[in-house]
Design a binder for this molecule. Structure first.
Ligand SMILES: O=C(/C=C/c1ccc(O)c(O)c1)N[C@@H](Cc1ccc(O)cc1)C(=O)NCCCOc1c(-c2ccc(O)c(O)c2)oc2cc(O)cc(O)c2c1=O
Ligand SMILES: [Ca+2]
Length: 490
């Protein structure tokens, strides 16, 4: 399992976090041109509208119904986006929140449906008391998860008070799969399954078995929806990511943590340690892993390692090194994070603004305008988007020509399709490298616009042409400081 469908020659997904459907629709032509395979969108269903704190990002993860109204847009806008993007060969993965509904209290959702969590009443679906886990399934004193070492609690009790759906119920499975099949009918290509640690694999298996094949308007007959499952497994709990790999791909959170530690040189780790990066580091096999540098949750300091480990756009230079390595290396299905800005303010190790939602006003999201100070658009950073092209050129070609200096300087090729040098030490260095590339003249795609001369200047940053001789040798000077990498590809 874990296969996914991309337009030929494409592979990388981008999470356009909290973008509106109309803005994603506009972005798809740029994404198609720059070789992206798919977009992960924010949850599409109706969600709770939280006013304290005001309209936080995590309100999207408290479903009220499976109607299509949210601050990202309505059903018509969603359908239009899917159609436009699919026609451009950029596919859509929906972020599915099916473990739970809202936290305590009552109110009206983003599409006008009322709910009362205290009586477990969600008439917008409808769900009632009997569709949720209760004291029969969860034996903790307050019905909440208290001990993550108890696998039964983690699945059958409420995660931080969120009303926990009974995944074993045929009715619940029916409502969930009906919604997923509706989205498949619209043309989506797959699903990110949220909070799978909190759902039984058997229940997920039954759910996936009810899903239709993808819409033949855009996909070959018999194509199964692509499933990747969020399981936050840092190795310390009994529930493991590997418990879910028989069902589909699984998010590999160790990948971003390990790269963050190595690039920050935490605990004396060196870039040269990455020569066997992947499964040998205790991570899932590459064909089971969905990988990323950061995600919408841990970029805010939550989860493993907090601010000292995970790299984000706030640490731009190290972030570009991490993304360049991830895209040049051959491990996992890569998902690029595309964030909005917020005033991070770390007080006693916690970002007091970690709840903040997307740019806008009063719960209404502003239009996505890249690089306007509000929308970070990492997916459009030259050092990342040009490495998506490198990644695509090297698809299916194994890592080759590894070189390192035993410290924080490494280089490796992709069997004649690409070659990258990364210098995470404090000084520039020059070296003759066996690249494995065909003879010819190449541009550095980290600093230039394109990979073959004339190299294009990207505002004066281009480091010019690199000549590979008949035996694949190239003399390369690798700078230190900003963008300390040289990357070449066919
Ligand atoms: O920080 C958050 C939200 C985090 C979050 C949201 C979506 C995700 O996909 C995710 O991975 C994390 N939420 C804040 C605020 C909050 C929200 C709801 C609530 O009832 C109480 C508080 C918070 O402080 N949450 C407590 C710590 C984070 O605990 C959460 C986890 C979570 C964290 C670590 C784990 O190892 C794990 O298995 C699960 O998953 C969620 C999934 C959801 O679908 C919705 C949630 O509210 C949460 C969620 O609160
Ligand atoms: Ca559960």
């Amino acid at each position: 399992l874990g296969s996914y469908y991309c337009q030929t020659g494409r592979d990388v997904a981008v999470h356009l976090f909290e973008w509106k459907w109309a803005d994603i629709e506009k972005e798809c032509s740029w994404l198609a041109e720059h070789g992206y395979c798919a977009v992960q969108v924010s949850p599409v269903h109706e969600n709770r509208v939280i006013t304290d704190p005001p309209y936080p990002w995590y309100q999207r993860y408290q479903p009220v119904s499976y109607k299509m109204g949210s601050r990202s847009g309505n059903d018509a806008q969603f359908r239009s986006m899917v159609s436009t993007c699919n026609n451009l060969g950029v596919f859509i993965y929906v972020d599915g929140v099916f473990n739970h509904m809202t936290g305590g209290g009552s109110g009206v959702g983003s599409d006008g449906s009322s709910f009362n969590a205290d009586s477990k009443s969600y008439p917008g679906v409808p769900y009632g008391e009997n569709d949720f886990h209760g004291s029969a399934e969860c034996q903790t004193s307050n019905g909440e998860i208290q001990d993550y070492n108890d696998a039964n609690q983690v699945r059958n009790c409420m995660l931080v008070g969120l009303r926990d759906l009974k995944g074993s119920s045929e009715y619940v499975r029916g409502m969930t799969s009906d919604f997923m099949n509706y989205l498949i009918g619209v043309g989506v290509a797959g699903f990110r399954m949220d909070a799978c640690k909190h759902m039984w694999p058997g229940d997920l298996e039954a759910l996936y078995g009810r899903l239709n094949n993808l819409n033949t308007q855009w996909f070959p007959a018999g194509t199964r929806p692509y499933i990747y499952q969020e399981v936050i497994d840092m190795g310390s709990e009994p529930i493991q990511a590997s418990d879910y790999t028989y069902l589909g791909r699984v998010t590999e959170f160790k990948h971003g943590k390990n790269l963050g530690d190595v690039i920050r040189k935490n605990n004396g780790q060196r870039l040269s340690y990455l020569s066997n990066f992947g499964e040998s580091w205790g991570q899932l096999s590459g064909t089971d892993a969905l990988v990323f540098i950061d995600n919408h949750d841990n970029q805010r300091g939550h989860g493993a390692g907090g601010f000292g480990t995970i790299l984000t756009f706030f640490e731009a230079n190290m972030y570009k090194i991490a993304n360049a390595f991830e895209l040049a290396w051959q491990y996992g299905h890569v998902r690029i994070m595309s964030s909005y800005n917020w005033p991070r303010n770390i007080v006693n190790g916690v970002d007091v603004n970690d709840w903040m939602g997307p740019p806008g006003n009063g719960g209404v999201t502003a239009n996505a305008v890249c690089f306007n100070g509000d929308w970070i658009c990492e997916h459009r950073w030259r050092q990342i988007s040009n490495m998506v092209r490198f990644h695509n050129a090297a698809l299916g070609y194994p890592v080759s020509n590894w070189w390192d200096n035993g410290g924080d300087r490494i280089a490796f090729g992709r069997s004649g399709r690409g070659f990258i040098v990364i210098n995470n030490e404090g000084s520039e260095f020059s070296q003759s490298f066996s690249t494995g590339l065909p003879a010819g003249t190449y541009c550095d795609v980290i600093s230039c616009d394109n990979n073959r001369p004339p190299c294009g200047n990207s505002g004066g940053s281009c480091r010019g042409e690199f000549t590979v001789d008949g035996s694949g040798m190239a003399q390369i000077t690798v700078p230190s400081g900003e963008d300390p990498m040289i990357a070449l590809h066919v």
